[in-house]
Design a protein around this ligand. Structure first.
Ligand code: COA
Length: 263
């Protein structure tokens, strides 16, 4: 049985697919220290389960994915406390990127500040038509603190990231889609279904190969093309030591669906 985590709902909508729902409705799911810690614990628990194939992350209700870091909590922070808070958030974002199973953000409403940074740390984003993205920190007299300046510039390019972050503009789901920040825009009632459809496709593939591919894409973003390609050669070779490579290629030759294990 799944453990419980403060301000999170953890459910298993399909075999080997988990849904984390952020549930702090009074603050539109804003991230405080307790919620960052809960999320970290939940990801740690799911990552340790060898059968986890896909994790979906969303916010409870139809108004907000996450409306930012908790502004009320930040108001009284000293610079040293703010640094600790940033470290806590940064560690969670790195943890999500390093999580072996793919993580898909289902952005269902406000996705602001720390919420946008949380979505950016997931492997990709599906958004509902009412999603609103923004990094409004400069309007509060601060900078992004959970990796927004770094990930946004890498994902949508320097000029677009500058425009988002320096203006604090609110960006619609459609505009985020045009900038390839989100992969698909769905009606609010179809968002979870869309996430589950993605999860189902991923879960049919060889789990270890999916994990290797996820790692390669993340690690390669921080390497030169040459070093990234060398790393890919090594993982490609390693994938030939798995039972799933034997099964996948046998299934192709025998014209039948593959029955993958986790090995
Ligand atoms: N931190 C803490 N509390 C937050 C919050 C945040 N980031 N975002 C919303 N809340 C709280 C509000 O204070 C309010 O609490 P209250 O009912 O106790 O007063 C509750 O959530 C509902 O928000 P409210 O502002 O009344 O809803 P709204 O529909 O009028 O506006 C937003 C929604 C998201 C536009 C607005 O809440 C907002 O601008 N939030 C802050 C966004 C932000 O700057 N985030 C980045 C932080 S780095």
């Amino acid at each position: 049985m799944a453990p419980t985590f403060d301000c999170l709902l953890l459910t298993q909508p399909q075999d080997d697919v988990w849904l984390i729902t952020i549930d702090r409705p009074k603050a539109l799911n804003a991230l405080n220290k307790a919620l960052l810690t809960s999320l970290s614990q939940a990801f740690q628990w799911l990552d340790a389960l060898p059968t986890t194939k896909v994790i979906l992350l969303t916010g409870n209700g139809d108004k907000a994915f996450v409306a930012g870091a908790d502004v009320v909590a930040m108001q009284a922070m000293t610079a040293l406390e703010a640094r600790d808070f940033s470290h806590l958030g940064m560690a969670l974002m790195h943890q999500i990127e390093a999580c072996s199973a793919p993580v898909i953000a289902l952005v269902n409403g406000y996705c602001l500040g720390g919420g946008c940074e949380l979505a950016l740390s997931c492997d990709y984003i599906l958004a509902s038509e009412n999603a609103v993205f923004s990094q409004p920190e400069v309007s509060l007299g601060i900078t992004p603190g959970f990796g927004g300046t770094q990930r946004l510039a890498r994902y949508i390019g320097k000029g677009n990231a500058m425009q988002w972050i320096l203006t604090g503009d609110r960006i619609s789901a459609q505009d985020a889609h045009k900038l390839t920040l989100c992969h698909q825009v769905l009606s609010p009632s179809e968002l979870l279904k869309g996430g589950l459809a993605q999860a189902e496709k991923i879960a049919k593939n060889a789990p270890q190969a999916v994990r290797f591919a996820k790692q390669l894409i993340h690690q390669g973003l921080n390497l030169s093309l040459h070093d990234g390609c060398q790393l890919e050669t090594e993982r490609f070779a390693l994938s030939f030591t798995t039972q799933d490579q034997t099964e996948g290629m046998a299934a192709f030759a025998e014209r039948r669906p593959a029955r993958f294990s986790h090995q």
